[in-house]
Design a protein around this ligand. Sequence first.
Ligand SMILES: Nc1ncnc2c1ncn2[C@@H]1O[C@H](COP(=O)(O)OP(=O)(O)OP(=O)(O)O)[C@@H](O)[C@H]1O
Ligand SMILES: [Mg+2]
Length: 255
Amino acid sequence: MSQPVLHVNHLNKVYGKKNENQFHALKDVSFDIESGEFVGIMGPSGAGKTTLLNVISTLDQSSSGTIEIAGTNITAMKQNQLADFRSEQLGFIFQDFNLLENLTVYENIALPLSLKGVSTRHIKPSVMNVAQKLGIEKIIDKYPITISGGQKQRVAAARALVHEPAMILADEPTGALDSKNAKSLMETLVHLNEKLNTSIMLVTHDPLSASYCQRILFIQDGQLYKEIHRNTTRNSFHQEILDVLAEFATSNELE
Ligand SMILES: Nc1ncnc2c1ncn2[C@@H]1O[C@H](COP(=O)(O)OP(=O)(O)OP(=O)(O)O)[C@@H](O)[C@H]1O
Ligand SMILES: [Mg+2]
């Protein structure tokens, strides 16, 4: 089997310094994401989902344990190396898409490459290639204010993908969307995953969005609680997800 794109091993995250009020937000978390997998992370509010994503995305530091992304141990890296690693190996999709209104679609997609200092003549083929794959080549010279919500999402996805990262990370990307746009964003992610073999890790509260994933890891109180695989239709996977979330609701009532 090929090496996983993400290998998380005995990961711990404690907020606060010694002798302060400490909070153990991640407790001995271990899991892998295989290359080309689409994995969802779910769990109650405060479970540690964003903490996990921030530590994996190198925006925050773990307290112990290791994280390997595409074979590189990021827990051993220095701050300046981390910034380079992040800009090369990771793609991000944010809740509000973060498109810059005074840049065209083309310029928005090109941003990760421009920031890396890639030369203009190398940027164009990469931008046009990813725009074509996402069906937005016709709106490439427009400004975000003049395009639809669905097109904005595809621009955000193109920007996350243009530098060919090892993995895309998304925290609640459908959180601010109506159900139609949420569905269309999830279909875009499925397209990236199935057609372009992009590895995706998605944090979401929304069971319907999660049902588009191949596998869901549930975390509770900073620990892995359960994992389920999608073996059948999306509808029955949706129901399975709702059943696990109902277990959380019941255990909270017992507390
Ligand atoms: N900077 C911090 N300092 C101290 N505690 C923190 C800090 N950030 C988060 N926490 C605590 O860590 C726990 C996990 O927070 P986290 O944001 O990862 O949860 P989450 O699963 O993303 O929740 P939500 O679903 O509400 O977004 C929470 O109890 C939170 O209060
Ligand atoms: Mg969160």
